[in-house]
Design a protein around this ligand. Structure first.
Ligand SMILES: [Fe+2]
Length: 295
């Protein structure tokens, strides 16, 4: 039996009473899944995990994305193919220099986003594990997009209910000043279309936004941009957010279908922050899912 301690009025809980390095019984995983659906963001603390144990726990939630290194020019840290490197160290184990490509690309994580909305089949959830943390800063901040949706005025809900948005990582990285892709990456990184209001299988609607959200389909460019910015500003008010101060051996899982997140600054050219992320794939594109549910 796990213990679930809610840490914020609308979302985020700490789960205690389970060792996630070990295989889970179906009953135990069902308890964790219920906590995940209720809280959208969970932390499991004091969990020393190997890379493989991190991957094995993640696989309970669904199939994992393989990592694509289309943006990196330097040799990267050697990791299993299902782990995305969210650290500031290079392949030698030293802190990345200020002009490192991966560092520049990862600066884009400082803008509010949802993982992998730029892919046709986006991410269901992400599981980020901390091996080393800086002495200050480097929090991951989350926004509850269910609570934000609920708080919208009805006329705004009606206005956006059926909208579809184009998401592109080329667009979001451009906003962070990054435009230096490897050969062929631009062709591979075609934009994807996603609904703006997601119906979460646990029974609530949520705003589905990200830094990757580039334009509203069928709307003039500027009007779509303004709408997306307004909604993002609304959804990231302090009352909808929680900033997690990391400890080594924290494992966090968040639901990309109903939260946004961003990383916060830290002294990243002098202090180490070593983290790895698995990303669980959703089953289907969100626009296709809505069409299938309406049929
Ligand atoms: Fe992210």
């Amino acid at each position: 039996m796990i213990t679930v301690e809610r840490k914020h009025p609308t979302f985020f809980a700490e789960v205690k009473g389970v060792d996630i390095s070990k295989p889970l019984s179906p009953e135990l995983f069902a308890e964790i899944l219920t906590a995940f659906h209720d809280n959208a963001v969970l932390v499991f603390r004091d969990q020393p995990l190997t890379h493989q144990q991190h991957i094995d726990f993640s696989t309970n939630f669904g199939p994992l994305f393989e990592v694509t290194n289309y943006h990196r020019k330097e040799k990267e840290r050697a990791l299993p193919s299902k782990l995305t490197d969210i650290s500031n160290i290079d392949h030698t184990g030293a802190i990345q220099s200020g002009d490192n490509h991966q560092r520049h690309f990862n600066l884009g994580n400082r803008i509010w986003h949802t993982d992998n909305t730029f892919k046709h089949v986006p991410a269901r959830c992400s599981l980020l594990y901390a091996t080393e943390v800086p002495s200050s800063g480097g929090e991951t901040e989350f926004a509850d997009m269910r609570a934000a949706y609920d708080a919208l005025p009805q006329d705004r809900k009606d206005e956006i209910e059926e909208l579809v948005v184009e998401h592109s990582i080329v667009y979001s990285r451009q906003r962070a000043g990054y435009d230096d892709y490897t050969d062929g990456a631009r062709t591979e990184l075609q934009p994807a279309q996603q609904v703006l209001v997601r119906y979460h299988p646990a029974g609530r609607k949520a705003l589905y936004l990200a830094s990757h959200a580039a334009r509203v389909i069928g709307w003039p460019e500027a009007e779509g941009r303004v709408l997306l910015d307004e909604l993002t500003e609304f959804a990231t008010q302090v009352k909808f957010t929680y900033a997690h101060r990391w400890r080594a051996h924290d494992l966090m899982i968040w639901d990309n279908r109903c939260t946004m997140h961003r990383s916060r600054p830290y002294p990243d050219t002098t202090e180490r922050r070593v983290m790895q992320r698995t990303t669980v794939s959703d089953e289907i594109n969100s626009v296709e899912r809505r069409a299938a549910e309406a049929a």
